[in-house]
Design a protein around this ligand. Structure first.
Ligand SMILES: [Zn+2]
Length: 360
């Protein structure tokens, strides 16, 4: 069985992938309050292992945006504090997967990375960009202090498209960032280096292009069930990554059991083509419609119109969002899809993918 527990991550992402004999991967931690409100209470419901601790096999941070990384930073900060104070750790983390944009550049172009780091150090503090980079660095430092392996098993300790890894029977293929996104990222760093202007790099953090370019996308598979987990990546980069890794033929279509929509259903990251080419039985949108107008009605329309009226599938919302539910109600006329909204009293929207029925 492959199971997903999508927590109330407000406007961010925070969910558990569960498989095999009690295996757990935590993907993103939502913005900061999500740790106390949703993530910590949920992790405490996991069954403890023999040593009394709860085991999280993998903690994956898709990118450095606050609505993805902040909850993870709080989790690791709390574990570090307990370790320092000699208290028992409630959770044991097996490994961490996390590409920080500056770390990717460091692995590919150490000279540029060092030069830009020096420039960044002199940029006035307080900028969202610096905070974002610092958040990423803290996560890496804390993981190290806790003795948690970072990106172990990936070449250059970086998650890049077409890397493949198996974790306790879960097959994981990295779809993004791909080489095109990586080149764009490196170009930005080199331009900052030669112009001696850290702003060229940090601008990317405020307009979200660099986090989105470096956002990790994973295609995971267990017992013939597949899910595409897209972070806040851009749809075109997801498609090109799938093509580059020969998981999708040029112009062809693929089907997955579950698709977590990129960037909370924003219409800035995808076009109709994205949904035409990737079909799913379960589409999951992690959003609350409060901080941002996510999911956008345009995105919902593209999604629904990419399917035939007879197609049976489910669109899951992690929160009740009036405008999105109204749009879906209108789109549902004459169609057979279903909308599932997490009830406020439920701690998670759960999607459970059982073993496939044997072919007749
Ligand atoms: Zn996000």
């Amino acid at each position: 069985m492959l199971r997903f527990d999508f927590l109330d991550a407000r406007h961010g992402d925070c969910f558990l992938v569960r498989w095999g004999d009690g295996r757990v991967m935590l993907v993103d931690g939502g913005p900061s309050p999500v740790y106390q409100d949703s993530l910590l209470p949920y992790l405490e419901t996991l069954p403890p292992t023999g040593n009394g601790r709860r085991h999280i096999d993998v903690v994956c941070v898709t990118h450095v945006d606050d609505d993805h990384i902040a909850g993870i930073e709080r989790l690791l900060t709390e574990l570090s504090r307990k370790q320092r104070d000699g208290e028992a750790l409630p959770f044991q983390v097996g490994q961490t997967w996390f590409n920080a944009a500056d770390q990717i550049v460091n692995s590919q172009a150490p000279a540029s990375a060092a030069a830009v780091r020096r420039l960044l150090a002199t940029t006035p503090r307080g900028a969202a960009s610096i905070a974002s980079i610092a958040q990423g660095q803290r996560v890496r430092t804390q993981a190290k202090q806790l003795g948690i392996d970072l990106n172990v098993g990936f070449p250059d300790r970086t998650l890049l498209s077409c890397n493949r890894i198996e974790v306790h029977g879960l097959d994981v293929k990295v779809v993004a960032p791909d080489t095109v996104a990586l080149d764009a990222l490196l170009a930005r760093w080199r331009a900052a280096e030669s112009a001696r202007d850290a702003g060229i790099v940090t601008a990317g953090y405020t307009d979200y292009s660099i986090p989105n370019l470096s956002s990790t996308v994973l295609l995971i598979e267990h017992l013939e069930r597949r899910a595409l987990l897209t972070g806040d990546a851009r749809g075109d980069r997801i498609l090109s990554g799938l093509e580059e890794c020969k998981l999708l033929k040029s112009g062809a279509r693929m089907h997955v059991d579950l698709l977590k929509l990129p960037h909370h259903g924003s219409n800035n990251n995808v076009t109709s083509d994205f949904f035409e080419r990737i079909h799913a039985d379960h589409y999951v949108i992690s959003a609350d419609g409060v901080a941002h107008h996510h999911p956008n009605e345009q995105t919902l329309t593209w999604l629904v119109q990419s399917r035939s009226p007879e197609d049976i599938f489910t669109i899951h919302l992690t929160n009740s969002i009036e405008f999105a539910e109204m749009a879906l109600q209108e789109l549902a006329v004459g169609r057979r899809f279903r909308t599932a909204v997490r009830h406020a009293a439920e701690p998670a929207a759960i999607v459970s993918l059982g073993a496939k029925a044997p072919a007749p």
